[in-house]
Design a protein around this ligand. Structure first.
Ligand SMILES: *[C@@H]1O[C@H](CO)[C@@H](O)[C@H](O)[C@H]1NC(C)=O
Ligand SMILES: *[C@@H]1O[C@H](CO)[C@@H](O)[C@H](O)[C@H]1NC(C)=O
Ligand SMILES: *[C@@H]1O[C@H](CO)[C@@H](O)[C@H](O)[C@H]1NC(C)=O
Length: 405
């Protein structure tokens, strides 16, 4: 075969493989703007999911209503859902724990620049900071009670290999995103937006998952920006801006029996602005056993953060527990490195470890945090049941005070 023929065959093969990718426009399944596209999306997904070659579902630009939808794999080949549209959640009572859920899919991509608008403001505000509120369509148990029932904009359940890129989750009723049982799922240039006064609107909650990354993303919300529950392993968070919100959080841990260990977390090159916490590890007192190890926080800028660096092993909101009994969660191998900026309270660094299981191998290196309050005493650093290894610049000096009882 001559060179030209070879090239022709090659081009033909390329053409064949490109043309083989199936594209399913949801309009084909009857989707129209401003109407509910749940059924069209479900049908388009079924068609794409059955394809033995790569497929793409297209939700073109425009505004569509979408009631709760559950997309269920396994699929035969990689599948992409390109959302160019703004999708508006219905505010009806929903019996599913999610608005849009992706389940048991391998090699899933969600892309397209679109917006998932959960219509939170239409259901928020009716529920105070109490335990239960009837007017929310699902439940409105406040944070950490019945975490497993939290209602979410987007749920990723048992996804293996995934990319969520360049889309926005806006004004979720409760959590924006829940990730459970997933491996190698990456969020890239992902945007989360909700006002700081919205209750329990965690950004991305990850649990029982391995190899999850959140990169180059921007999270503004009313609760944790990213929270890592039990069984979070090999998690990387890089170049993420957070605030308003409650910051990055590992935990809470120890509330339930048989929690899986948290191992391998790196949070790097992130900026937090006007958040209640910066980087935090929290465990319940009087708790079940647990392990959290190999957690690294590096190159982090804090702007006006209430608790920039915090280990809290007596985490007990609403005084629901006996704080006299120590946490049984073992924390070890933690580094806080190159953390600088401002603290909006005098206690810039607080390491409050368990008297039953003191923290092991904690390192502080190059910390430079100043207190911004008007009366401006110097920032302080409190320690309890931990002896951190210290290096580099240290402002405030490490362990200037004991943790207040
Ligand atoms: C997903 O991707 C992996 C790695 O490329 C591949 O081995 C696997 O067959 C793919 N599965 C599907 C359903 O696309
Ligand atoms: C992370 O931040 C450090 C210090 O600010 C900088 O030197 C480095 O280039 C950054 N790395 C990435 C991958 O952004
Ligand atoms: C942070 O809070 C300060 C003071 O409350 C406010 O002036 C500033 O605009 C806030 N910054 C952001 C990025 O929200």
């Amino acid at each position: 075969m001559g060179k030209l023929n070879m090239a022709a065959v090659f081009l033909m093969l390329m053409f064949v493989s490109i043309s083989e990718a199936l594209v399913v426009d949801i309009s084909k399944h009857g989707a129209r703007q401003n109407a509910d596209i749940a059924q069209a999306l479900t049908e388009a997904f079924k068609e794409a999911c059955a394809s033995t070659t790569e497929s793409k579902i297209l939700i073109p630009e425009g505004t569509y209503k979408l009631s709760a939808v559950k997309l269920l794999g396994p699929c035969k080949a990689p599948i992409e859902i390109q959302v160019q549209a703004t999708l508006i959640a219905s505010t009806e009572k929903i019996t599913e724990p999610c608005w849009v859920s992706f389940n048991h899919i391998d090699n899933l991509t969600v892309s397209g620049g679109g917006v998932f608008d959960g219509q939170g403001p239409r259901v928020w505000g009716k529920c105070g900071k109490t335990k239960y509120c009837k007017s929310l369509p699902i439940v409105c148990f406040v944070q950490s009670f019945l975490l497993k029932l939290e209602f979410c904009n987007l749920c990723f359940n048992f996804i293996k290999g995934g990319l969520v890129q360049g889309v926005t989750s806006k004004d979720s009723r409760q959590f924006h995103v829940n990730v459970i049982g997933c491996t190698d799922l990456h969020f890239v240039r992902f945007t989360i937006s909700a006002p700081h006064e919205s209750i329990n609107t965690d950004g991305i909650h990850i649990g029982r998952s391995t190899g999850i990354k959140v990169l180059d993303s921007n999270i503004k919300t009313g609760d944790d920006c990213v929270s890592l529950g039990d069984g979070s392993q090999q998690i990387t968070i890089e170049r993420v801006t957070c605030g308003p919100g409650h910051g990055f959080s590992i935990g809470s841990l120890g509330k339930y029996q048989d929690e899986a260990p948290v191992i391998g977390v790196t949070i790097r090159n992130c900026t937090l602005t006007n958040t209640t916490n910066g980087v935090r590890i929290k465990t319940w007192p009087a708790s079940h056993e647990g392990v959290a190890s190999d957690m690294h926080f590096e190159d982090i800028i804090m702007n006006h953060v209430e608790n920039p660096v915090l280990i809290d092993q007596v985490y007990c909101p609403w005084n629901q527990c006996n704080t006299k009994l120590p946490s049984k969660v073992k924390i070890s191998k933690v580094t806080f490195k190159n953390i600088r900026g401002t603290s909006s309270t005098p206690v810039a660094v607080k390491l409050s470890c368990s008297p039953g299981h003191p923290c092991q191998s904690v390192e502080l290196s190059n910390i430079d945090l100043t207190y911004t309050g008007k009366e401006a005493p110097a920032a302080i650093s409190q320690c309890g049941h931990v002896q951190p290894k210290v290096s580099g610049r240290m402002n405030p000096k490490a362990c200037t005070a004991a943790v207040a009882p």
